[in-house]
Design a binder for this molecule. Sequence first.
Ligand SMILES: [Zn+2]
Length: 386
Amino acid sequence: MSRLRFFPLRISSFSWSRIVAATALVASLAGPAALGQNLQGGQIFQAMANSYYKKKQYIPAAAQYMEAWRVEPENATAAYYAAYCLYMGGRKDDSIKTFWLVVDKFPNRKEGQNAKAFLQRIDPAFNRHGGDARKALASSVVPASSGSSSTAARSAGSGARTSEKKSLSNEQLVKSMLEIHKPRGKIPAVSDSFVKGVEGIMVALPRYVLLMMHDRNARIHLVPALVETDYRMQNVRPRGYSEGSSWQNSNAMCSGRNLYIAQYRLDSRSGNFVTAATEIGSIRHETGHCIDHCLGYISQQDKFRHPYRLAAARVPAEDRQRLDYFLQVASGGSSETFAELCCARFGGETDEWRIKTCSMVKSYFKEPDAIIGSYLKQIEEKYKDD
Ligand SMILES: [Zn+2]
């Protein structure tokens, strides 16, 4: 039972393990030898795209996936990856448009369905279109291929942000990222003290973390309950949760650059929504997921996963059950450990049970923590004049 109450969460807006597996599968095609073989049509573009993707060069990868899709109109994988790489490369508007094209073109394939699930998270106008691809595309103003005008607008925008951020205090940075959501159901609005509490924690984060999040257009959403952020989520079981539980039992999550923290969560024993205000420190954990996102998911790369696995194997038997959320196999364990180690660095959890768990994670995962430290140093260096 107790596992239901102490674990902050991150929603996986796509199946990372599936993408890694797919990338590994096609990566074998992407080497120079493979390019010399009998690759035909879209395969050549796709092999090049995969090669860029592996190097995290998302915009060139997107261009090659687009080519692969143009040559092979039924290649749903290339289409999906084109949209996904645009997203990873920071071209959000283009990415949204392209995901809608995938939904429209492949409504009954898993790529179309995954694209739709992704759009629910990233397209602010999703509900306005009722999830209808034709309506979304009709109202879309940014053609997927017209890089020039949107690029110009974007660089002008980021230029403005760059000069603006130097004069912004931590308080102003946090205020500019904060969004307070009104109740959409029976659960009451977030209280002033809850808002103040979260603001206080965010303002106290290292300034370079706030500057990076601000640069990446991160949003901090304060919501009455997580389930209210999206009703479709109601019966979805979060990662690492036991059978029968759902997002309603959780108080925080992160989806890419969007952090959510709720004042109330469902208590599975009583069936009532209870305050989660003492668990406000979870926002530091979600910040950790956001940093992971901004760094291109370090937690899923060998340089982190290898020391993580070694440390995980050394956690003694008597503590394994308590830490099982951080020992999950596949991508979950290393991702959660990354986030919790960041949390510890930023002041830790605030709820009694979580405080203890957080300090255990910190003591068992020293080497992964040192890796995080080196990345944070790099971010600090990058923003040292701001
Ligand atoms: Zn998490």
